[in-house]
Design a protein around this ligand. Structure first.
Ligand SMILES: *[C@@H]1O[C@H](CO)[C@@H](O)[C@H](O)[C@H]1NC(C)=O
Ligand SMILES: *[C@@H]1O[C@H](CO)[C@@H](O)[C@H](O)[C@H]1NC(C)=O
Ligand SMILES: *[C@@H]1O[C@H](CO)[C@@H](O)[C@H](O)[C@H]1NC(C)=O
Ligand SMILES: *[C@@H]1O[C@H](CO)[C@@H](O)[C@H](O)[C@H]1NC(C)=O
Ligand SMILES: *[C@@H]1O[C@H](CO)[C@@H](O)[C@H](O)[C@H]1NC(C)=O
Ligand SMILES: *[C@@H]1O[C@H](CO)[C@@H](O)[C@H](O)[C@H]1NC(C)=O
Ligand SMILES: *[C@@H]1O[C@H](CO)[C@@H](O)[C@H](O)[C@H]1NC(C)=O
Length: 464
């Protein structure tokens, strides 16, 4: 009786420790030729005349794309430690969108996907040459020029995301996982250096985080997730072929370098003011920076201190109501505007004599974002993955990382462009300076602080 009880206890321990299973999938999510490309509203992208050239079935005021340069992907990584499941989904797109996230999950759930909605995160890579016409948010139809929603396209993209989720679930297998962190410099630069006194060209976020997932059966690589801050702007507004920009090129290079048909997934960080360096974009579409990123990622992958099948996963998700926007477009506010640039609100406002506070409702922009936190425990270290629903500028990124350390986490995977997209999050300094990122910070001077507090609150839920 006693020995049976001990045996029972031991087998319980064995069942809870060392039971990680992981599944990964990569699905071609390229939309048809002729869709508008999301990212810029000028150059070749914006129509110069009506009627629109053919094929025009997907666009209203943007020029139809004319082909594919690189495949745009949906990739899913599902983790199951025997107690908790969690699914990361990355997509080559300008951002994440809450409507698309919900639609994709509903489609997958209807076909047998078992990960709950609040343990499923969507991460947009921020390529500026990915699919448009897939979001109902009117501001995004206009500003980064995704064009008006075409439900048929949104449905196609959501189906690809659902396919990736279901394939990852079907591919679940015993796995080991590790996390490593390092720094990567030389491939990015700060794009506000010429307008902001607070940053220089070299003010970047060098943090490079890598999640390594290997098959338990033979130790071969299954997935590589990399987390870094970089804008997907190697191509400009004259690129009319869909592609995943430099992060797509880097994922391809990582998959080649790591081998074994493993999947590389990218989660962007606080890239609001961080552009790819010209030298990193050189040679595009064979981006000179792609192998540089790939070798830094591979080195971190290889040097991961511990890979284990005993992985703690604790997650939490909170919906935060930001309310209608507090966009300040008074002439006083736009006084510091630099003219030109991708969205020249400044010149427009001078012409229109804007003197308004812009209160946009949820038809224009998402106002109730989902913040998700995941505490990943491996070998005594606790890593926080926390989502940010848009484009954090560098300083906010540091704030969130510092808060995470204070909560006792060893390190942070900062997941920007995730779950929802609410524009830029400029800290008060940068908000005052203005410029494109400052003006597209939609909830006033306290926007970044609201985001920071929301990240901290959800992180607290997964910390002891
Ligand atoms: C992905 O789909 C597009 C459109 O059908 C196609 O052109 C492209 O070759 C596909 N990519 C791969 C890697 O099969
Ligand atoms: C198991 O999962 C539940 C929620 O799904 C969570 O509250 C609990 O902390 C988890 N236990 C462990 C040991 O991770
Ligand atoms: C708008 O910005 C101007 C200039 O910074 C400022 O004086 C004014 O108080 C702001 N208005 C609101 C409602 O925030
Ligand atoms: C834990 O984190 C520290 C600091 O980043 C690192 O030196 C150590 O190798 C990590 N250990 C594991 C098991 O990941
Ligand atoms: C974050 O912490 C680092 C190290 O303590 C410090 O140098 C930096 O100023 C902090 N940054 C912010 C934005 O709080
Ligand atoms: C313009 O920029 C200066 C210097 O950065 C700053 O002190 C001032 O507050 C800004 N004015 C507005 C209206 O943003
Ligand atoms: C993360 O979760 C583990 C349980 O899996 C817990 O022991 C640990 O304290 C948490 N980490 C932090 C920093 O709170």
């Amino acid at each position: 009786m006693f020995s049976f009880f001990v045996f029972f206890l031991l087998s319980l321990t064995a069942a809870t420790a060392g039971t990680l299973r992981a599944g990964v999938a990569k699905v071609n999510a390229t939309l048809p030729v002729g869709v508008p490309l999301a990212g810029y509203n000028h150059g070749e992208r914006r129509v110069k005349y009506w009627p629109l050239p053919d094929p025009k079935q997907y666009t209203n005021f943007m020029t139809p794309s004319v082909g594919h340069l690189q495949t745009t992907w949906a990739k899913a990584l599902l983790l199951d430690n025997g107690n908790t499941t969690f699914c990361f989904l990355t997509v080559d797109a300008i951002g994440a969108d809450g409507t698309l996230r919900k639609l994709a999950w509903e489609k997958a759930a209807a076909r047998g996907f078992t990960v709950p909605f609040d343990r499923f995160t969507v991460h947009g890579s921020h390529t500026h040459s990915g699919p448009g016409a897939v979001t109902p948010e009117l501001l995004w139809s206009l500003a980064p020029a995704t064009d008006i929603l075409v439900p048929e396209l949104q449905d196609m993209l959501a189906s690809s995301l659902a396919d990736a989720m279901l394939q990852a679930q079907a591919n679940l297998q015993p796995a080991k996982m590790g996390i490593n962190f390092g720094q990567l410099v030389g491939v990015t630069e700060n794009r506000r250096a010429d307008i902001s006194p607070y940053v220089q060209v070299g003010s970047i976020d060098p943090h490079l985080g890598v999640i390594r997932v290997d098959r338990s059966s033979d130790g071969t690589p299954l997935a590589t997730v990399w987390n870094f801050a970089i804008h997907g702007t190697c191509w400009g507004p004259d690129q009319m072929l869909s592609n995943g920009d430099i992060m797509g090129g880097a994922c391809d290079a990582i998959e080649t370098a790591v081998g074994h048909q493993s999947v590389a997934m990218f989660i962007n960080a606080d890239a609001g003011d961080i552009a790819p360096a010209g030298s990193a974009c050189a040679g595009k579409p064979n981006y000179a920076g792609a192998p540089v990123i790939a070798s830094a990622v591979q080195r971190l992958r290889d040097d991961t201190p511990v890979t284990s099948d005993d992985v703690g996963l604790v997650s939490a998700s909170t919906v935060v109501d930001f309310g209608e926007t507090q966009g300040n477009l008074t002439l006083a506010r736009v006084a510091n505007c630099t003219q030109g640039g991708p969205l020249d609100i400044c010149s427009l406002c001078r012409v229109l004599r804007c003197d308004v506070n812009l209160h946009l409702d949820s038809a224009w922009i998402e106002e109730s974002p989902t913040f998700t936190a995941l505490n990943i425990s491996i070998g005594g270290n606790h890593t926080l993955m926390v989502t940010v629903p848009g484009e954090a500028l560098l300083e906010l990124g540091w704030n969130i990382r510092n808060d995470s350390l204070k909560l006792g986490f060893t390190n942070t995977l900062l997941a920007g462009y995730s779950n929802n997209h609410m524009g830029y999050f400029a800290t008060p300094d940068e908000y005052e300076v203005g410029g494109y990122e400052g003006l597209l910070t939609m909830w006033g001077i306290d926007t970044a602080e609201k985001v920071r507090q929301s990240c901290r609150a959800v992180a607290e839920k997964v910390s002891k």
